[in-house]
Design a protein around this ligand. Structure first.
Ligand SMILES: NC(=O)C1=CN([C@@H]2O[C@H](COP(=O)(O)OP(=O)(O)OC[C@H]3O[C@@H](n4cnc5c(N)ncnc54)[C@H](O)[C@@H]3O)[C@@H](O)[C@H]2O)C=CC1
Ligand SMILES: O=C([O-])CC(=O)C(=O)O
Length: 350
C-alpha cells in the first residue's frame, strides 16, 4: 500500500490529493498510448472523472482501469454516438487517436488518415466542451494542431491559450539522454526543447541544459546528441519493427503534461511547460517571426497560456538549426490550414 501511494505520487509528480477536481477525456483511449496514459491519469489526484473514448475496445479498457482503487471515476464510451456524453463538461481533452508510423514512414505520411480523425474529434469538442483545454498527441503534430485551431475558429470557440500540441516527449527524451551522458539523475536535468515535433523541427537547446554539458564536449558530439533527440521517435519505430511507435514513454510524457495543465487550472501556478501553440499578438516578440505555430516555454495559469516565455540565448549551432527548420515547419502548418479549409469531415465524429 505504501508502495502504491508512492507510485501515485511519482506518477503525478505531486503532493497530497487536491480539492479541485476535473473531468478529463482521452480520445483514442484503447490504443497503444491511450491505455497506459489512461492508467496513469487514473492515479491523478486532480481528476474526479475520467472519460475513455475510442471507436473500439473501450468497454474492456474502462472496466479494467476502473478496478484500480484510486479516486477518479472511470467511464468508457464507444463509437461516435457516445462521443457527446464522453465530452460534455470536460475541462481537459487529450487526443492520441490515429495511426502510428511503421519503419520507413515520416510523421507526415500519417497526415491522410490522422488529419480527418483529428478534425472530426475537434468538431465534437467545439460542440460539446468548447471551453476545454485540448492537448493533441496525434501526428503529424506540426499539422494536426493547425487543423484543430481552424476547426475551433470555424465554430467560433478558438482560444489560442487552450490548444496545445504535446511535445513533452521531446523534453523527456532530452532529459533522459543528457542525464545518461553527464551521469546525473534525469529528475535533476532540464533541457528546453522548442520548435515543432518532427525531425529537424525539434530543436533541443543544449546550451541551456541544466546541469550544463561539459564545456570540453566536442561540437561533433553535441551535434550527434541533438540528432539523437530529433530522431528518437524513429529510433523507437525501428526498434518496434512494424509494431508501432513510442507508446509507454509517450504515455508518461502526456501524463506529465496533463498534470501541469491540471495544476495550472487549479490555481497552483505559475506552472512552466513546453508545448506547440499558436502565436498571438502577445507572443510576437518572443516567437520566431513568420511562424504561426511554435513550441515554446509557456507559463500556464487558470485560464490557459498566460505568457509565452522567451527562448533565451541560442548558440551558433542552435541558431543555424532554427533557421533550417523554418520552411519545413511552415509547410506543415500550411498543409494543415489548407486541409481544414477544404470543408467538413466526410464523417463527423459527433
Ligand atoms: N506527440 C507525440 O509526441 C507522439 C505522437 N504519437 C502519435 O499518437 C498517435 C497514436 O499512437 P498509438 O496510440 O501508438 O496508436 P494506436 O493505433 O495504438 O492507437 C490509436 C487509437 O486511436 C483509435 N482511433 C482511431 N480513430 C479514432 C477516432 N476517430 N476516434 C477515437 N479513436 C480513434 C484507435 O481505435 C486506436 O485505439 C499516432 O498518430 C502517433 O503517431 C505517438 C508518439 C508520440
Ligand atoms: O515517431 C513517431 O512516429 C511517434 C512520435 O511522434 C515520437 O515518438 O516522437
Amino acid at each position: 500500500m505504501a508502495a502504491l501511494n508512492r507510485l501515485q505520487k511519482i506518477a503525478s509528480h505531486l503532493d497530497p490529493p487536491k480539492t479541485v477536481k476535473f473531468k478529463v477525456a482521452v480520445l483514442g483511449a484503447a490504443g497503444g498510448i491511450g491505455q497506459p496514459l489512461s492508467m496513469l491519469l487514473k492515479m491523478s489526484p486532480y481528476i474526479s472523472e475520467l472519460s475513455l473514448y475510442d471507436v473500439a475496445n473501450t468497454p474492456g479498457v474502462a472496466a479494467d482501469i476502473s478496478h484500480m482503487s484510486t479516486g477518479a471515476r472511470v467511464k468508457g464510451y464507444l463509437g461516435p454516438a457516445q462521443l457527446p456524453a464522453a465530452l460534455t463538461a470536460c475541462q481537459l481533452v487529450i487526443i492520441p487517436a490515429g495511426v502510428p508510423r511503421k519503419p520507413g514512414m515520416t510523421r507526415d505520411d500519417l497526415f491522410n488518415i490522422n488529419a480527418g480523425i483529428v478534425r472530426g474529434l475537434v468538431e465534437a469538442v467545439a460542440t460539446h466542451c468548447p471551453s476545454a483545454w485540448v492537448a493533441i498527441i496525434s501526428n503529424p503534430v506540426n499539422s494536426t494542431v493547425p487543423i484543430a485551431a481552424e476547426v475551433l475558429k470555424k465554430a467560433g470557440v478558438f482560444q489560442p491559450g487552450r490548444l496545445f500540441g504535446v511535445t513533452t516527449l521531446d523534453v523527456v527524451r532530452a532529459e533522459a539522454f543528457v542525464a545518461e551522458l553527464v551521469g546525473a539523475d534525469p529528475r535533476d536535468v532540464s533541457v528546453p526543447v522548442v520548435g515543432g515535433h518532427a525531425g529537424i523541427t525539434i530543436l533541443p537547446l543544449l546550451s541551456q541544459s541544466r546541469p550544463p554539458l561539459p564545456a570540453s564536449m566536442p561540437l561533433e558530439q553535441r551535434k550527434a546528441l541533438m540528432a539523437r533527440i530529433q530522431d528518437a521517435g524513429t529510433e523507437v519505430v525501428q526498434a518496434k519493427a512494424g509494431a508501432g511507435s513510442a507508446t509507454l514513454s509517450m504515455a508518461y510524457a502526456a501524463a506529465r503534461f496533463a498534470d501541469s495543465c491540471l495544476r495550472a487550472m487549479s490555481g497552483e501556478g505559475p506552472v512552466t511547460e513546453y508545448a506547440y501553440v499558436a502565436a498571438t499578438a502577445a507572443s510576437s516578440s518572443v516567437v520566431p517571426a513568420g511562424l504561426p505555430y511554435f513550441s515554446s516555454p509557456l507559463r500556464l495559469g487558470r485560464g490557459g497560456v498566460e505568457e509565452v516565455l522567451p527562448l533565451g540565448p541560442l548558440d551558433a549551432l542552435e541558431a543555424e538549426n532554427l533557421a533550417a527548420m523554418k520552411d519545413e515547419l511552415l509547410g506543415s502548418i500550411r498543409k494543415g490550414v489548407e486541409f481544414a479549409a477544404k470543408g467538413p469531415a466526410a464523417a463527423p465524429a459527433k
